[in-house]
Design a protein around this ligand. Structure first.
Ligand code: 2RA
Length: 355
């Protein structure tokens, strides 16, 4: 019969998008079991047009499950993904818990689909949304010209920090919206937001409304953020370039959903803008929107809710040989998370069904 799927973290920001994606894609699944923490167990959610009661995360919930998707915090995945694998499920994990484990493949189906089968622990990792947003575009260029250096700045949406990030941004916008005195004196936005909302409840280290915040994740050696190191480590692993030179600056912007990246990419071989444009147009999951004379370039407000990666502002770097500049936008909850996880799970389902 068709494989049984468990969606762990079904009530979260990514889980919610996942249920929509599972309802829209060609259906390869038998039973779909929805799983969440005890707090959310009992909730009824709709998937494939049917109401399903959410079950509590326990070891027994994985009995009979063929594929288990995890969209939960790192520590929950670290504890429970091995439990699901021990009960016979192939785990597709969207947390950071296993991504750099040498025995866990890190998969982008457009770039390294064969890695799906290389899973001695029974766990496959889904990349971080920031890395993932640029991977299918960079994979297409790397195949033709050999990527050697990557310098990126991210413009990350609030939903990268989950539903609490989305709630915080809307709450802050409600505080500042309409007040035309704000944003003109040092600290006035911070004071307005903290007076009304407090600062303890925010997942962001500074106000996000009317602001940009050069920080995502936790502090690492040398002043780097964990998010910036993920861009470096995960790009190397996915593209299979262990010595890829990478430097990233990760920034949060007041966008609800869709991450953007300004990318400076250097290649072994000479690459022209025309060649890069052709390679990106040929890549099935990349859409080129690049006509600045007519104001056409990707923006998060236009890209949100769409599956492909959108690329624009393609330019030859004037002072750097073999280098192109591009601006990439991708929905961080779809291709950046749920969609890529669903694609990986479908590859496993096809394998289990012997196709
Ligand atoms: C973020 N990439 O945007 C991280 C985690 N999803 O916050």
């Amino acid at each position: 019969g068709r494989p049984t799927l468990a969606v762990v973290g079904a009530t979260g920001a990514v889980g919610t998008v996942m249920l929509g994606i599972l309802s829209q894609r060609q259906d390869v699944w038998g039973e779909i079991r929805l799983v969440a923490s005890a707090r959310s167990a009992g909730t009824r959610l709709r998937v494939r047009g049917e109401e399903v009661v959410v079950r509590e995360l326990t070891a027994e919930v994985f009995d009979g499950v063929d594929v288990a998707m995890f969209d939960v915090p790192d520590e929950v995945s670290a504890q429970w993904a091995p439990v699901a694998a021990a009960r016979g499920a192939v785990v597709v994990d969207n947390s950071g818990a296993f991504r750099m484990d040498a025995d866990v493949p890190l998969v982008v189906p457009e770039v390294n689909p064969a890695q799906v089968r290389n899973r001695p622990r029974g766990i496959i990792s889904n990349p971080n949304c920031t890395t993932l947003t640029m991977m299918d575009a960079l994979g297409a260029l790397h195949r033709g010209w050999g990527l050697t250096e990557l310098v990126v700045a991210s413009y990350q949406a609030a939903s990268g920090a989950g539903q609490p990030g989305v709630d915080r941004l809307y709450d802050e916008l409600a505080v500042v919206g309409g007040d035309r005195t704000l944003g003109q004196r040092s600290g006035d936005v911070r004071r307005a937001v903290e007076d009304k909302l407090g600062s303890a409840s925010s997942p962001f280290p500074a106000p996000l409304a009317l602001n940009v915040v050069p920080w995502a994740g936790s502090l690492r050696d040398g002043g780097w953020s964990s998010e910036e190191l993920k861009v470096r480590d995960e790009s190397r692993k996915i593209l299979g370039i262990p010595d890829l030179k990478v430097s990233a600056t990760c920034v949060r912007v007041p966008v609800v959903t869709t991450h953007s990246l300004a990318v400076h990419a250097t290649f072994q071989r000479r690459i022209t803008v025309d060649q890069a444009r052709q390679a990106l147009m040929d890549a099935p999951s990349v859409v080129l929107v690049d006509d600045p004379a007519n104001g056409d370039f990707p923006t998060p407000a236009d890209v949100v809710g769409a599956d492909p990666t959108f690329v624009g502002r393609l330019r030859q770097a004037l002072d750097f040989p073999n280098t192109v500049e591009l601006f990439v936008c991708g929905d961080n909850l779809r291709k950046g998370a749920a969609l890529n996880t669903a694609q990986i799970a479908e590859l496993v389902a096809a394998e289990l069904s012997g196709r």
